[in-house]
Write a protein that binds this ligand. Sequence first.
Ligand code: GLN
Length: 453
Amino acid sequence: FSSVELTQAYLERIKNEDSKYNSFITVTEELALQQATAADTSRAAGNATAMTGLPIAHKDIFCTEGVRTSAGSKMLDNFISPYDATVVRKFNAAGTVTLGKTNMDEFAMGSSNESSFYGPTRNPWDTDRVPGGSSGGSAAAIAAGLTPAATGTDTGGSIRQPAAFCNLTGLKPTYGRVSRYGMIAYASSLDQGGPMAHTAEDAAMMMNVMAGTDPLDSTSAERNVPDYTANLDAPLTGLKIGLPKEFFSARLDPAMATLIQTAVKEYEALGATIKEVSLPNTALSVPAYYIIAPAEASSNLSRFDGVRYGYRCEDPKDLEDMYKRTRGEGFGSEVKRRIMVGTYALSEGFYDAYYKKAQQIRRLIQQDFIRVLSEVDVIMGPTTPTPAFKLGEKTSDPVDMYMEDIFTLSLNLAGLPGMSIPCGMTNGLPVGLQIIGNYFAEEKLLNVAHKFQ
Ligand code: GLN
């Protein structure tokens, strides 16, 4: 079948099914059919690559030329991007077909997709439950069969946690591995784009497109990009796996702990050896992250002032009135909470007590990982403390929502790569196994993930 036929089939499914999940903010039907036609032409001319004609969806945080890019916010509801993010440009160049832009927590702030201006996304495994966040739209769209793969971003878990909740494979690469150019900034020292798909093999194919140095992103790593599919089948004999005792704490659902232990036993059967390790500062990752991320967010979000682009309030009296009402009306409550926390933490007199301290903790967390990863090849544990929770269950208590990220945040603070892969079900709900590797060890992570699938 042709790429046009494949694209039409997915567009049809989105049209018929997505009212149940609300996983797309924008469906780019015209663009998709145009790209699919071009893909069929290049295939007929013998110019096809592995990705030519494959449909994909992009999280609505990646700027897409000529298409609304909202970041899940009223602030950008009217924003049509004049350019493509590097990630989008690379996928376009590889011949993929953009089905649309997926729903997300507002400015990627959240763990449930409930902070989106466009309404919550629902988990296809149980529509009373959240798909996770902030890349919950991407996860739900893949799990519901509305797209074979999608891009996501992960500042503190936003690729891995929704992948875990929706039974998918998600990879958060090393900080700097994937360009952030054109990816609307949340917390710039933590944000990283990555692939979400059903399998490690699909994720590896996507990494071949996404990874690489970008002159437009000064934090992108100057390093060669390997062929991420080349070593998927490499044997795991002698692989050393560390199990951090802090990840198997009282917070972890006991049924999930059993599934993780069973997965680890399978790795042993594949030739791996297991060692208990300790990441003693894990519990501090939540308070440190929830100072650093809001601090950076408060600075990044200062650009939304009603002057340059995006939402502007009606009939402002003067400049100050315009700033205040634009921001007051354009941002949702979680975003405002973060801006207030961040501004407070950075303010004179409190900087040393909060921001500086959080940065010191960040360094300790990184040192824990460096020590452990000098003894083992990968670290394994749960991605989340519980399976997908009910819509509304955690919205009244932000700290309860933040605790959801206890096992994912520390990697972002350290800049390390991590994956979540499906590892079984409890009460009909998917459970994710998290695999953490050393800097730029994505190839190893994908190999380890692939051998389990
Ligand atoms: N849940 C975390 C937060 O709200 C992580 C979000 C993310 O990774 N974008 O900040």
